[in-house]
Design a protein around this ligand. Structure first.
Ligand SMILES: O=P(O)(O)O[C@H]1O[C@H](CO)[C@@H](O)[C@H]1O
Ligand SMILES: Nc1nc2[nH]cnc2c(=O)[nH]1
Length: 350
């Protein structure tokens, strides 16, 4: 996809929206006609506007942030009918943690492209498949690939699949992610059980719940204290002891930034001062959406890199997605075991 669609976008891209240059039109921009097929070029402004009508529709679809209840219900029906399963537990696989879905038995796999009204995954390490089946005797569905704000999706769209899970029958959300460790006690490969979050995108006025509220999902003003289920955290701690990994398992606070850039040292210092232990670019909006519709939430971060909070010339301080993926691959067995055992615990008490 190339180019952009509106005259406002054109002006912004040329840095001329404030009246410099030869402009006309009500907002000080030179109206530029959109031609759906082929390239439109204005030599005067050196504008290239090359969206085909299919691309134009694709951009609009990507930006779509309203999913009426009935549309979510249709997607849920498609999955429940197609799999013959009503899942109780929903799992979101973090970057490089797609193998959490590979341990599902009798899997029925849906490529995101084949699910009506579903977005597509665009990030390496997020395969873009929904896997429905059983794990430790429990009916589960897992997203092998989540949607991030930086991909261009509005937050409501990023977390729309959580509502799909809800209408499929899911009661428990397991959200996993790869994250940078800010707490100096955390080492690469450690696991942080999330017990709270700092919603930086929320601080900036963005929320997956923005817009009209549908009370069939939940209340207009949901409370978020106790969002992370204490019982599940305690169970996970007990499980980590039986696995012999308790020294590398922590309980901490996660923060989601918009990405796709990793943080500056000054930002990391600020986050640490705010009590943040690990930072990523996901999960928080999914948790908000899940709590809004009263799902029980368990979430953990795999610490894939250590975040520097002091200036240095060390190249090691620079995070990279390759490193994130490599660490996730190394630790996927441990993460799978933790998830399986926690599912087994839930199933025991069902
Ligand atoms: O949060 P998940 O999807 O695990 O992925 C994390 O890793 C990617 C950056 O390496 C970002 O997408 C960040 O959010
Ligand atoms: N924002 C952010 N996301 C990550 N995902 C994995 N590591 C990181 C990190 O250091 N920062």
């Amino acid at each position: 996809m190339t180019g952009y669609s509106s005259k406002t976008d054109v002006a912004t891209a040329n840095g001329k929206q404030n009246g410099s240059g030869n402009q006309t039109g009500e907002n000080g921009t030179k109206p530029t006609e959109f031609t759906p097929q082929g390239n439109h070029a204005s030599s005067e402004n050196n504008i290239q506007c090359s969206l085909t009508s299919d691309e134009f529709r694709a951009v609009n679809l990507m930006r779509q942030d309203m999913y009426p209840y009935e549309v979510i219900q249709e997607i849920a029906d498609f999955i429940v009918k197609g799999s013959g399963i009503r899942p109780k537990i929903g799992i979101i696989c973090g970057s490089g943690l797609g193998s959490l879905a590979d341990i599902i038995q009798n899997p029925k796999v849906f490529d995101y492209e084949k699910i009506p009204n579903f977005p597509v995954s665009t990030v390496e390490g997020h395969a873009g498949r929904l896997v429905v089946g059983t794990l430790e005797g429990a009916n589960v569905m897992a997203m092998q690939g989540r949607f991030h704000f930086y991909e261009g999706y509005p937050l409501a769209k990023c977390s729309m699949p959580v509502r799909v899970m809800k209408l499929c029958g899911v009661e428990y959300l397991f959200a996993t992610n790869a994250a940078g460790g800010i707490n100096p006690k955390y080492a690469v490969g450690d696991i942080m059980l999330m017990h709270d979050h700092v919603n930086m995108l929320g601080f900036a006025g963005n929320s997956p719940l923005q817009g009209p509220n549908d009370p069939r999902f939940g209340p207009r003003f949901p409370a978020l204290v106790n969002s992370y289920n204490k019982d599940l955290i305690n169970k996970a701690i007990e499980i980590s002891k039986t696995m012999g990994i308790e020294s590398s398992v922590h309980v901490g606070v996660y923060s989601c930034l918009g990405g796709p850039t990793y943080e500056t040292i000054a930002e990391l210092k600020a986050l640490r001062m705010m009590g943040v232990d690990a930072v990523g670019m996901s999960t928080v909006h999914e948790v908000i959406t899940a709590r809004h519709c009263d799902m029980k939430v368990f979430a953990f971060s795999l610490i894939t890199n250590k975040c520097a909070t002091e200036y240095s010339d060390k190249k090691d301080d620079e995070a990279s997605h390759d490193e994130v993926m490599a660490v996730a691959k190394n630790r996927q067995k441990t993460c799978c075991e933790l998830v399986s055992r926690l599912v087994a615990e839930i199933q025991k008490t069902a």
